[in-house]
Design a protein around this ligand. Sequence first.
Ligand code: C2E
Ligand code: MG
Ligand code: MG
Length: 757
Amino acid sequence: MNFSSRAHYFIIPLLIAAAFMIAGGVYHFTAQHRLLQLEKELQFYSLQFHLGLQKQVSNSEAFATLVAARSFTRSADQEELLKTFQSLNLNPSIKGIALVTGNQIQIRTGEVNQQAVLAFYRAIEQGKTSLVSFEYNANSEPFITRAYRLNDNLEQPQWLFVKLPFNAYRELQQHLNQYFAQDATTEVSFTSDAVVQIRPDFKGKSTLIELEDGAYQFDYQQANYQLLIKVPKSLMDNLMPLSYIQMSAILLLMFLFAAFIVTALLHLRYLQPVRSLLSVIQNTQFGEAVKLKKRRSKHVVDQLVNTYIDMLRKLNRLAAYDHLTGLSNRTHFQYLLQRQLRNSARHGRKMALLYIDLDNFKKVNDHYGHSVGDQLLKAFSERLLKSTRPSDLVANLTKGELARLAGDEFALLLTNVESTMVAEKVGERILSLFEGGFLLDGINHNVQASIGIVVTPDDGNDVATLLQNADAAMYQAKLKGKNRLQFYNKEIAGGIQRKQFIERVLSKAIEHAHFHLVYMPIYEAKEKTIVGVEVLIRAPTLTAKGIGPEEFIPVAESTGLIKAIDTWVLNESMSRLNYVSDRYGFDGFFAINISAVELHNKEFPGMVRSMLMKHQVQPERIELEITETSFVDNIEGSIRQLNHLKSLGVSLSLDDFGTGYTAFTQLIEFPVDKVKIDRSFIKDLDATATDKRRMVDIVLALADLYQLEVIAEGVENDYQIDYLRDRGCEMLQGFYLSKPLSWDDFQALVERNLAAS
Ligand code: C2E
Ligand code: MG
Ligand code: MG
């Protein structure tokens, strides 16, 4: 049974009390009913008794009539009469006969005694005609004696006595015995004169009363005799089928049984379905099918269960599938991959994972908007689905799992590949899906994809490693020029290890401030005086391995370490700026590189502001360099952040200008003060390089148009200096003028400059 523990406290005592109460009622009712029954029964027996008695009397009367008809009055007949008496005496239903005249017994057989004769005689004297007497006692058989007047004419009337077995009484006893169970002794007694007259016309009256000792007395009254039947308490108890306690116990058991049945039914109907639903809700793993079957009936519990199953399935779908393409999402794909890894290990199978990343998808998004981008992703995923249907694929592919991992990144899992050839063919097929481009809203978008491929178990044996390695292979494909396949290999593995090494070193360097700055002077083009300095970070442990900021800054960006680095650089630069200003009267600006990440970091402007306050630095002496390529992600957001920074009073310069995708017309939207022409435009800038010169000319003209100052980076010879200066470039920076300097060398240079001026 499944009562809740608290319900026990109430239900059990309640049931017991109810059982006792109901048992009391039932017991009382049953007792009353039995009493009525008893009365009826005894009435019936009494009546039977009375009728039996009447019958016996009338039988004996018939016999007396017979004797009278023979008129044994003469003495000659006496002998014959005696013979008749004797023969009659053989009849077992007659116990004795006597012929009496007056009060004298004349002839007698059997047991007719003088006492009885005298009693009758007195009665006859009183004028009674048809008489009967009862004889009963505990030791002998009960008898009745019937007296019949034979002849009225004689001076002394003649009587015939017949003694009969008291059958009516015996039957009454038998009835009582039967009714109260065998051998029961009820007390039956007659309270009448010994001789009574039977009156057939009188209906008996009866009452049943309870005596003090719990016994009952039944009183049957006739015209001239009274029958008393006393039923002792013990026999009365026999009448009740069960005692009060027994009845209560049985009722209680019945209640408990009923409660059990009801609980069991409730359990089956309500609890059990809800329980199995609960267990399914608790145990259904992400991405797994909901195993519970829907119920057919319209019962409210079944409807509830069905609604939950629907909801669970919906939730599972939402949680497992990408809403745009309907493909598995990253989490679900990882779950499937995990499962397939176990399967393939058990069966010794190889799997291949293809990591697909669209090339130049960002351009589509930026130029045509997100809805076009979404359409493109959808169109591609549809083609992908079609082309990877198992029946359609190259041999040995049992099941392919497709997923959209993020943005424009997709993955395909081939669960049973016999050789890398299979993966290669599938990869090539995917690349071919891009042939002809995607026609959306009348515009044909020409995008391609780069695909990285890993094969288990050689390229990894767990979800994280496989995804990371496939991603690295895909990245390699991009580096090699996009629109191609790249299998994961040792070289890529080395790259990953190198990245992990850099990450470890950077984490430690941040913890122990193991960085330092180098200082690259920026010169005014005409006078070649130092107007500023660009601070560049160095991590000595990495420098020793030939790893510079160009390599470690992207690692810091991808791991989130960059924020701490930028903070350190800002703090360090400002304190050095104060030092050279105070000590040598240096009044140039400090150009500080900040990462693209900071353009999306809401806390960054606040941090710059508190640094300026902390070091009491005039904001116009700080120039923040932001690489042009960092705007690509979110132009509007970047502009908002730049304005925020600008409002602090610092100046902003667009670093590596020319390497990004900034349309020249967009330049006006950026709240920058300077552009730094990227080194790649200055490198090899000589008299013969017409293209390069034209490019530099355009940038300079444009900067002039938008009233931006220009710094040329990577100036390496006099030709470049002259050319840039003559075309109006305001500032120069490069190894030819000065390499990045150590702190001591920079101080010495500033000091020298001070002395010269
Ligand atoms: P950048 O801001 O364009 O910095 C100029 C880079 O060009 C420096 O390399 C500098 O040494 C190099 N360079 C300048 N003139 C010449 C030249 O004439 N010839 C040659 N061959 N190279 C020249 P570096 O120090 O290796 O820095 C590389 C990049 O790392 C920087 O490019 C900048 O984007 C980033 N970076 C450097 N320091 C920091 C920093 O403190 N914070 C952040 N966030 N990024 C930094
Ligand atoms: Mg820079
Ligand atoms: Mg630069």
